[in-house]
Design a protein around this ligand. Structure first.
Ligand code: GSH
Length: 197
């Protein structure tokens, strides 16, 4: 069996799984699931992922796995996308956990609200403040280093690029973060991404 990715093409969480699979040269089938109209809550889908969310994958051995960063870690096990050195591997986890706790909930949420018709001024000020804080943290790191972990490309970059490159769609002004912009170009080149997709 081939890897199957259940994903919504508008979701950064889903696209990061697609990009990792492609980077790793893994064959996959993509099944489009509309995360906005309840498709993830259908009984057949809930059998795959009781949390009712994409991305969800079914591995070639038939087992299902959810949570974007857990999927990345599984697909990339034993490859150079995960540092062999224990400290740098843990540092990569630090970025992955931070992405889900302190970046995605603000930047992706602002984007989601604007995609649903909100304007920038409708956004909750705290949401915007925390999103900008996340971008500022990345700017501080990326002003000194080309990638997020150990000076080289890793899963942390694949995870963080997903919503960072789309932050402007959530009303964030990326021109305030020049090192982040340079890193976006660098990671897009690594992944062969040319336009937001
Ligand atoms: N922490 C999860 C978040 C997944 C998530 O929020 N998925 C959204 C799309 S980006 C979804 O499936 N929403 C539909 C729903 O919750 O019903 C991950 O990283 O995979």
């Amino acid at each position: 069996m081939t890897l199957t990715i259940y994903g919504d093409h508008r979701s950064g969480n889903c696209l990061k799984v697609k990009w990792a699979a492609e980077r790793l040269g893994l064959a996959y089938d993509w099944i489009e699931v509309d995360a906005r109209d309840g498709e993830t809550r259908s009984p057949p889908f809930l059998k795959l992922n009781p949390a009712g969310q994409v991305p969800t994958v079914v591995l070639p051995d038939g087992r299902a796995l959810a949570q974007s960063n857990a999927i990345l870690l599984h697909l990339a096990a034993g490859t150079d996308l995960i540092p062999a050195d224990p400290y740098w591997r843990s540092k990569m986890f630090e970025w992955l956990f931070w992405e889900q706790h302190s970046h995605e909930p603000y930047i992706a949420a602002a984007r989601r609200q604007m995609m649903r018709g909100a304007s920038k001024k409708d956004l909750d000020a705290e949401l915007v403040r925390r999103g900008d804080a996340a971008l500022a943290r990345m700017e501080a790191w990326l002003s000194a280093y080309p990638y997020l972990v150990d000076g080289r490309f890793s899963l942390a970059d694949i995870s963080l690029i997903a919503y960072t490159r789309l932050a402007h769609e959530g009303g964030f002004d990326l021109t305030k973060y020049p090192a982040v912009c340079v890193w976006i170009d660098r990671v897009e080149a690594e992944l062969g991404l040319t336009v937001p997709a």
